[in-house]
Design a protein around this ligand. Structure first.
Ligand code: NAG
Ligand code: NAG
Ligand code: NAG
Ligand code: NAG
Ligand code: NAG
Length: 392
């Protein structure tokens, strides 16, 4: 099989190579046999000793090299380490076990905040009348917030300071998930920040998240300096550069996925130790890479690849747009709620834009359930418009 393929490739290459001038001196069949043998030898060598860098590709043009790699059968797979085998069998079994359906399935809303929650009044309005179908957890990493809403009182979990980008941010997310998993009725988990607001009414959000079999975890390949440029080879062998992914930290996930995060120490430790600000002159941010990479490697079909929390990066600054009181109009809210395509832009100079329809159970639907970043001053306008913009 393999040699038959190499033979066919050999013929194909023989036809495209320029003919050497002295071919007239050799009899035609001899010449073909020699050339085909050389090509076969080269292909076998390329297969057994795959090029470690692109230098080998200069033998042909770079396009020729790409084509060569796709013709060849994949090289022998890397042997997994003991830790990887252990980790994968556990994860595979958790993912294969259907979740125990609870009689009263709830959505857990996990608030990750430095201190105060300026939109408690808005969330109170959102939750009202839906008791028993949700639960709230608050991780306040700096100051203990004063609560106004009964849904938030006594819902704080023990916390530690979480700095953007450091693994402590991921630790806070895991702590929230761990606490929320204690309640077996929590079936889907939503991570929100203090600047997040709801874009739809409770029933819409509940149905959107509960009646799907995926987690809304943002994940894309960014070959630029803010993507794979942050990868360092200390993450080998478990995390290869080709698997390194990027995405916004604001996820929603189903229970099985929350459990496999609890079960992980192998990949978590890699990111804790080698993806942090100031790592060998590079700034890596675990909260933007750990979950996208983990799910891309272990359950790519189980994630939607976009985040249901909208944010506006169109100003191309270091921080996304922050909405002020005067920005809040029905027009803006309707614009955000009607978006039906997710957009990813790479951080290299090509600034490649990837646009994908937001598919829910096989049909295209609006992408977003929540949005950020809203300044506290927007609260009054949002309260006034809430019933209008959430009614579709
Ligand atoms: C998902 O799609 C299938 C097939 O179109 C349909 O039978 C099912 O009811 C849908 N589920 C929901 C929750 O809408
Ligand atoms: C989710 O459901 C869709 C059909 O609604 C199916 O095609 C897909 O394979 C399912 N995905 C998973 C991860 O179960
Ligand atoms: C998400 O992307 C992965 C590849 O990265 C793909 O296999 C998977 O099907 C995508 N998920 C959905 C729901 O399309
Ligand atoms: C809404 O979107 C339209 C079309 O993209 C744009 O022209 C308009 O300025 C937007 N309105 C607001 C208030 O953002
Ligand atoms: C929402 O606001 C729009 C524009 O101001 C208005 O035309 C519409 O009647 C309002 N809808 C409701 C349900 O209040």
């Amino acid at each position: 099989m393999k040699s038959a393929q190499a033979w066919r490739l050999g013929i194909k290459d023989a036809q495209t190579f320029p003919m050497p001038r002295q071919r007239g001196h050799l009899k035609k069949p001899t010449w073909i046999i020699i050339l085909v043998s050389l090509v076969c030898l080269f292909l076998v060598c390329a297969y057994v000793y795959p090029p470690q860098n692109s230098a080998a590709c200069y033998v042909f043009s770079s396009n020729g090299c790409k084509a060569l790699q796709t013709w060849l059968p994949p090289g022998p797979a890397r042997e997994l380490t003991d830790d990887e085998i252990a980790s994968r069998v556990v994860i595979r079994d958790i993912l294969k076990t259907p979740p125990t359906m609870s009689m009263y399935p709830k959505i857990a809303f996990l608030f990750l905040t430095p201190g105060a929650l300026p939109f408690e009044k808005l969330w109170d309005k959102f939750f009202q009348g839906h008791e028993g179908r949700f639960s709230v957890y608050v991780h306040a990493s700096k100051d203990k917030p004063v609560h106004f809403s009964r849904y938030f009182i006594n819902r704080e979990i023990r916390s530690h300071e979480g700095n953007m980008g450091k693994i402590s941010m991921v630790d806070a997310e895991r702590r929230l998930l761990g606490n929320a998993l204690k309640d077996p009725d929590n079936q889907h988990f939503v991570l929100l920040s203090d600047s997040c607001i709801p874009l739809h009414d409770f029933d819409y959000v509940y149905n959107y998240l509960m009646y799907t079999n995926v987690s809304f975890i943002d994940c894309f390949e960014d070959p630029g300096p803010h993507g794979s440029g942050r990868y360092i080879e200390h993450m080998l062998p478990e995390v290869e550069k080709k698997d390194f992914r990027k995405g916004s930290q604001w996820f929603t996930m189903k229970r099985q996925h929350a459990i496999i995060i609890m079960a992980d120490s192998l990949y978590y430790n890699k990111f804790r130790d080698y993806c942090k600000p100031g790592m060998e002159g590079r700034n890596c941010y675990s909260d933007e890479h750990y979950l996208p990479t983990y799910f891309y490697m272990l359950d790519p079909a189980g994630i939607a690849n976009w985040s249901v929390t909208h944010v506006d990066w169109s100003e191309m600054k270091w921080h996304p747009k922050s909405y002020r009181a005067q920005d809040i109009t029905i027009g803006l809210m309707r614009n955000i709620t009607s978006i039906r395509e997710s957009v990813h832009v790479t951080s290299d100079e090509r600034r490649e834009t990837q646009i994908r329809p937001c598919m829910w159970n096989g049909s295209q639907r609006p992408c977003y359930l929540f949005a950020r970043k809203f300044l506290p001053e927007t609260l009054d306008n949002l309260m006034l418009l809430f019933t209008n913009y959430t009614s579709i």
